[in-house]
Design a protein around this ligand. Structure first.
Ligand code: GLN
Length: 476
């Protein structure tokens, strides 16, 4: 289905005919459920009067929804249909929410722009020649274009926060362990969490409450039920006066952070201090910031090379039989060469190499040590503070095609986002102003289990900025 971006049918048709819009590049959803089916479920749920009756959600296409395809944005899984619900989906359905469909994403969640999807790159509804951000690109587009009110993404190294930052949305990467990953297709499981995306803080909190909580089917799951909506409502009534936030110095001085983004972070700090929040400057130390990105990419690629080994054409794959006398190894490598995209293959090869004996100590083990250093520095900086304030996206969104062929530029976009994944800390993105006419977000990062606190501060910021429930208007 075409994203529409709230274009009228005729207008979208005209842009498509004129070649301004490429059908392939205009997709927020990969699978949409039949309208009748969704309506029936919605009516049934409204009749039953469940806690979440009337909520409809878009779900990233790496999360299992029974009966729907789970493509992960890859040709490798184009024929794979989920036979069970992920725990997060099961919870949503039990409480009466209805799944609208599955949203486009970077292939196996590897990417920052949405462009590595085998199903075409989605565009930014605020500025269609720019990317929406990835890897949860389709969920972001669906929300920002008014096609769905809220949705699920996954965040291994910023994949919820980067697209939220570039499309005027609120997005939360929960504390590691608070949301079950049962039914999420693994990319790098020591880093990733499923999380909510929404246009308002209350929606974000409600969706978080709905999906969070202990799950015996995920061995990393924590015993920690969520009470975010209640906390947000209380914060709205009582204010956030007396909270203390730390403005992270390194990012305000960093040459890799666009000046306009720095101003945005400062504006958010000013906004929060007008609400009675105390703002202090804190430092993480240069190493923690400089080494986080390389450490992240080593660990993510190493885990990916292992997790993606299962796509061999037999256990999982396109269902193409081996040729007579082909031999298993030839068959595996033929299938994997054809059905994986370039970025995925690059990472599997680098990840395998980094784990090979002789290189393991130099790369993987070293990255694990740096990961520890990053976590220690963050926890130290958080001592005596409620949250840290820093950029999420470090630059405005690039144009389609601008960075995708250049891994260094592509990976550099994740500079400020990977810290939370390396350390397991919760992190939230909230829009703080406009850059190049696009509502753009900044990042709040908290101590473990500090998700509710992040949401309270986001609510204060939302009141201050008025950037709430933003939907992109059709472009002329
Ligand atoms: N851009 C990062 C990567 O490609 C993060 C992706 C994600 O969070 N899934 O690894």
């Amino acid at each position: 289905m075409a994203a529409g971006y709230r274009l009228s049918g005729l207008e979208a048709a005209r842009l498509l005919r004129e070649g301004v819009l490429d059908p392939e590049e205009y997709v927020a959803f990969i699978s949409v459920r039949p309208r009748e089916e969704v309506l029936r479920e919605l009516r049934e749920s409204l009749e039953k009067g469940r806690p979440l009756s009337g909520l409809v959600v878009a779900v990233k296409d790496n999360i299992h929804v029974r009966g729907l395809p789970v493509t992960c944005g890859s040709r490798m899984l184009s024929k794979y249909t989920a036979v069970y619900d992920a725990t997060v989906v099961e919870r949503l359905r039990e409480q009466g929410a209805v799944v609208l469909g599955k949203t486009n994403m970077d292939e196996f969640a590897m990417g920052s722009t949405g462009e590595t999807s085998a199903y075409g790159a989605a565009r930014n509804p605020w500025s269609p020649d720019k990317v929406p951000g990835g890897s949860s690109s389709g969920t972001a587009v669906a929300l920002a274009a008014g096609m769905a009110p809220m949705g699920l993404g996954s965040d291994t190294g910023g994949s919820i926060r980067l697209p939220a930052s570039w499309t005027g949305l609120y997005g939360l990467k929960p504390t590691y362990g608070r949301v079950s990953r049962y039914g999420l297709v693994s990319y790098a499981d020591s880093l990733e969490q499923i999380g909510p995306m929404a246009r308002t803080v209350e929606d974000l909190a409600a969706l978080f409450d709905a999906i969070a909580g202990f799950d015996p089917r995920d061995s990393t799951s924590l015993q920690a039920p969520a009470s975010a909506l209640e906390t947000v409502k209380r914060a709205k009534e009582q204010g956030v006066e007396g909270m203390r936030i730390g403005l992270v110095r390194e990012f305000l001085e960093h040459p890799g952070v666009d000046e306009r983004i720095k101003r945005l972070v400062e504006a958010a700090a000013d906004g929060l201090s007008r609400q009675g929040v105390e703002v202090v400057e804190v430092g993480l130390g240069a190493e923690a910031v400089e080494y986080a990105l390389p450490a992240y990419y080593v660990i993510a690629m190493a885990e990916a090379s292992s997790n993606l080994a299962r796509y061999d054409g037999i256990r999982y794959g396109p269902g193409e039989p081996p040729r007579p006398w082909e031999g298993w190894n030839t068959y595996y490598s033929r299938i994997r060469s054809i059905y994986f995209g370039t970025e995925v293959k690059l990472r599997i090869m680098l990840g395998s190499w980094m784990l090979s004996s002789g290189y393991k100590d130099q790369y993987y083990i070293r990255a694990l040590k740096l990961r520890r250093l990053v976590r220690d520095r963050l926890l130290e900086a958080l001592r005596g503070l409620d949250v840290l304030l820093l950029p999420s996206a470090v630059a405005p969104p690039p144009r389609l095609g601008e960075v995708i062929g250049d891994p260094e530029k592509l990976y550099a976009l994740d500079l400020a986002n990977v810290l939370a994944n390396l350390s397991g800390l919760p992190a939230l993105v909230a829009p703080a102003g406009r850059v190049e006419d696009i509502p753009t977000g900044v990042q709040l990062m908290g101590a473990p289990m500090g998700d509710e606190k992040l949401l309270s501060l986001a609510a204060a910021l939302e009141q201050e900025t008025g950037l709430s429930n933003l939907v992109a208007e059709p472009t002329p």
